[in-house]
Design a protein around this ligand. Sequence first.
Ligand SMILES: Nc1ncnc2c1ncn2[C@@H]1O[C@H](COP(=O)(O)OP(=O)(O)OP(=O)(O)O)[C@@H](O)[C@H]1O
Length: 247
Amino acid sequence: MATIIYSMMGETILVAEDIFRDYGCLHALNGINLRVEEGEFIAIIGPNGAGKSTLLKIFASLISPTEGTLQIFGTKDHDREDVQDRIGMLSHETFLYENLTARENLVFFGKLYGIEHTALDERCDYLIRKIGLWKRAEDPVKNFSRGMKQRLSFARAIIHDPSLLLLDEPYTGLDMNASSLMENLLLENPAVTKIMITHDLDKAFRLCNRLLIMEDGNIVHDVGANDPNARKFAEAVCFSDGGQFKC
Ligand SMILES: Nc1ncnc2c1ncn2[C@@H]1O[C@H](COP(=O)(O)OP(=O)(O)OP(=O)(O)O)[C@@H](O)[C@H]1O
């Protein structure tokens, strides 16, 4: 299949070449090739076990590929601090500290990114308001509901204003109000490149400009959201029972 390149603003954010990832004898990724340009909002969709989270974790440098190369922001050395400082990741793991308050969590992560005191206070105030947790800002996270933790995790993921935002099912546990608040923040800066795993096809088509449709560790379709065949491709793969392969 031809690679589709959506060049919008200039910088090539990510280039993946022949990425394979095995877990023991299980082949979770089977040769992923991908190029992502600045400002794209990409949905990764596909059935359970297709390899979506594995791919996103490789992009976030949380795990390494078994084979293949990945360039992010023009370098293969993604562990570099200046590269990591440009990436935000919202995953199934909240990374929040239960005994710290919502604000203390954001301050903690903001300091890790070296955000200076006054700017960090302002950023925390802004995000806490934007995610609708203002009244609970001084409560410890251990007293939060699942959706409240998800809201705060989202704020944690963007505390440093990343240029590349990786989102693994960001809507999990969010009510309608929180979904809408998160969407406002997501769409606030079109220059931020976003790669989002979702099982919600309607959201994928409404928000994203490009869809990567995965099955059995492969990208089987790489299509623009406006492509007349995109929904047909997406539904055919997402309603299959693929991805449950074993060794
Ligand atoms: N840590 C691990 N150890 C062993 N196998 C793993 C591990 N993580 C994932 N896998 C396997 O790799 C394959 C891909 O998993 P992955 O989590 O990437 O799929 P996914 O598309 O994100 O699925 P879902 O939609 O259910 O979240 C699955 O068969 C899964 O069982």
